[in-house]
Design a protein around this ligand. Structure first.
Ligand code: ZN
Ligand code: ZN
Length: 250
């Protein structure tokens, strides 16, 4: 009986004060701006060591690129992520995208800001641009999850975010039936820069929720590169490790 009451009380708490719970495991995480409990903070696969200079994948030695990036060129200069994709780290992203839990973005954005200060220190004041969603999709969901992440991220760090620089002119739904080349081609004209002057000479920081193959952010960076920015970085909450990609794309 006691257990039932506890569960009920927890449900009520979560509904009324979702901010008090850990966004990864639902445990109590009181007084924590980033919404993460002590256990998750110490057990989840946060990326803290040496990473591939191109894609941000954890690697053994400094200054190397990972196996996948050895023969790859990207239109962005570097990509970094806070954590590796696992069932548990993906939970808040899933809640954000498919369960209308918009408040989660504030927590994850704050986590991204903490991570940025700790591991990406030295970056100049970048202009933050969230990956835009196709208008119809944003209407369906009610918001663009990347924009919410970027907003929370910028709020903590006092950085400038712009959503009027680039738009998504083509919807690119699940591309599982396409091979790598076809996917890239399909994405090629998905974005259009509408405010090129603002990009020129700036350090651009693209924010997205998950870095899977990098195809989406790369397509966006490709368009932005034409406007001659000083640099383009990509920052996501999650990075999908090599072996998991096919699974995630479905
Ligand atoms: Zn937790
Ligand atoms: Zn790499």
């Amino acid at each position: 009986m006691k257990q039932i009451w506890k569960e009920l009380w927890n449900d009520v708490l979560s509904a009324v004060y979702p901010n008090l719970r850990c966004v990864f495991c639902d445990a109590e995480a009181l007084y924590c701006d980033e919404g993460i409990c002590e256990t998750c903070l110490h057990t989840l696969p946060f990326i803290t060591g040496e990473v591939c200079a191109k894609c941000g994948m954890p690697i053994a030695h400094h200054g190397e690129v990972c196996l996948e990036c050895k023969h790859k060129t990207y239109s962005f200069d570097y990509a970094r992520a806070v954590a590796l994709f696992t069932e548990q780290t993906a939970k808040p992203i899933h809640d954000l995208k498919y369960k209308h839990c918009a408040f989660v973005a504030e927590k994850l954005g704050a986590l991204m800001a903490t991570y940025y200060e700790k591991f990406l220190e030295g970056s100049v004041q970048p202009l933050v641009i969230p990956v835009p969603l196709f208008a119809e999709r944003e209407k369906e969901r009610g918001y663009n999850q990347s924009e919410l992440l970027a907003k929370a991220f910028c709020k903590v760090l006092g950085l400038e975010m712009r959503t009027d620089i680039v738009e998504r002119v083509k919807d690119t739904p699940t591309q599982t039936h396409l091979n790598k080349k076809e996917r890239a081609k399909n994405l090629e004209k998905a974005f259009r820069v509408t405010n090129a002057n603002v990009v020129k000479g700036r350090d651009i920081f693209i924010i997205d929720d998950v870095f899977t193959t990098g195809a989406t952010t790369n397509a966006l960076a490709q368009q932005m590169r034409k406007c001659k920015p000083k640099s383009i970085g990509v920052f996501t909450f999650l990075k999908v490790p090599l072996g998991n990609k096919e699974q995630i794309l479905q």
